[in-house]
Ligand binder design. Sequence first.
Ligand SMILES: Cc1cc2nc3c(=O)[nH]c(=O)nc-3n(C[C@H](O)[C@H](O)[C@H](O)COP(=O)(O)OP(=O)(O)OC[C@H]3O[C@@H](n4cnc5c(N)ncnc54)[C@H](O)[C@@H]3O)c2cc1C
Length: 463
Amino acid sequence: MTESYDVVVIGGGPGGYVAAIRAAQLGMKVACVEKRGSLGGTCLNIGCIPSKALLQSSEKFTEAGHALAAHGVKIEGLGLDLKTMMARKDKVVTENTRGVEYLFKKNKVAWVKGAARLEGARLVAVGADTLSTKAVVIATGSEIVALPSIEIDEKRIVSSTGALALSEVPKRFVVIGGGYIGLEMGSVWRRLGAEVTVVEFLDRITPGMDADIAKNLQRILQKQGFTFKLGTKVVGAKMGNDGVALALEPAKGGAREELAADVVLVSVGRRPYTDGLGLEAAGVELDEKKRIKVDAQFQTNVAGIYAIGDVIAGPMLAHKAEDEGSAVAEIIAGQKPHIDYDAIPAVIYTQPEVASVGKSEEDLTAAGIAYAVGKFPFTANGRARANGDTEGFVKILADSKTDRVLGAHIIGADAGTMIAELALAMEFGASSEDIARTCHAHPTLPEAVKEAALAVAKRAVHI
Ligand SMILES: Cc1cc2nc3c(=O)[nH]c(=O)nc-3n(C[C@H](O)[C@H](O)[C@H](O)COP(=O)(O)OP(=O)(O)OC[C@H]3O[C@@H](n4cnc5c(N)ncnc54)[C@H](O)[C@@H]3O)c2cc1C
């Protein structure tokens, strides 16, 4: 059977489903092909949403166990019901994925179930059916990177997917890779009682993030009970009756040591996923990192085939994929949208959260750009003290000559929410003075953003 569309989107993740909905809003006849049993992609099914559900539940457990007593709230007989916690997470996932199904129905996007294969620029095969289309948007996302010597069985040696579904709290949980996914999953299991060790090849965690913030995050996580083995590589894993024995070596070479674990999480990154798409036959070019090569309009080298999200270059983040989804639909409709890649926020949902947008101090130094720093600690913010959340600070980096905000970094409770103000400021080309002169409600945590902006010109008031 052949059905004709204006746009066929391959992949129903945040990139693909947003592209499909936006294209339908713009009056196009749209199909979205998704091979998973539910819509929402990695993000809704095995990524952002289930991880945040478990982070929320485990944080409540920690609060009940350790933090509420200081507020005069007494809890006796505290217990963990992991089954209920996991069932809640699954329910949250289902509600979200069904939400996308509803949006497809509302916008008359056809969900074609199955794996798509390109049969040229205008034809997409799904099983025995063929979809003919004027434009194809590839949004097939990413998959985990495995380590050559370590086989993932999703029980003892797990990917993030297995780490989201453990049936009991491991005594010793080892995370390979000190990026955001490893630290978030490590936080979940640490809060529920596991001893957590993070093994990282580099001599720092969260590569790419402002080093000042990364150093503080590591210190805070250590206080929470994390152990870090930096500058260390995992060279092998042996499965035994008593768990997994990991062989470690210093990254620069040296004596081997053993680290015992009950569960090992491999989280060393993600790579673009294009298996079975038929890219070669269609003549679609990849770059050196096997990402689909696109121009500024998300157009591949084959006319009519576009690509967005994790499968192309740029940060592998759901909101980046979503914005590209909207933009590509508008481009196909003849509009001229623009994404400012310097104003894409990134958040780590540890406690406290870490959020950043724009350049780090290291980026600016490397580019030879003169900048001024404004920093304000949450210990000096009234609301943070009232809440009992005084850890961390806001840091704003502004151009020394023009005062334009070039980067902002927050470590602190609710940093992920607060970074939105700074992303908006950067989108509008704001100066630190613009933020400093914006009235911020009192008493709120974002007053620390205003004070950090004031601190750029060395005139913070509350410190
Ligand atoms: C544990 C974890 C936590 C994360 N947390 C966050 C977070 O807090 N914030 C954030 O911004 N990002 C987070 N991410 C990253 C985020 O999930 C991705 O950046 C985002 O999902 C990318 O969206 P996408 O649409 O490009 O691809 P995906 O969400 O990966 O969707 C691609 C879809 O395409 C389908 N597909 C692939 N090939 C075919 C084919 N041939 N035919 C049909 N369908 C196909 C796949 O089944 C998949 O559903 C997290 C990721 C993980 C793993």
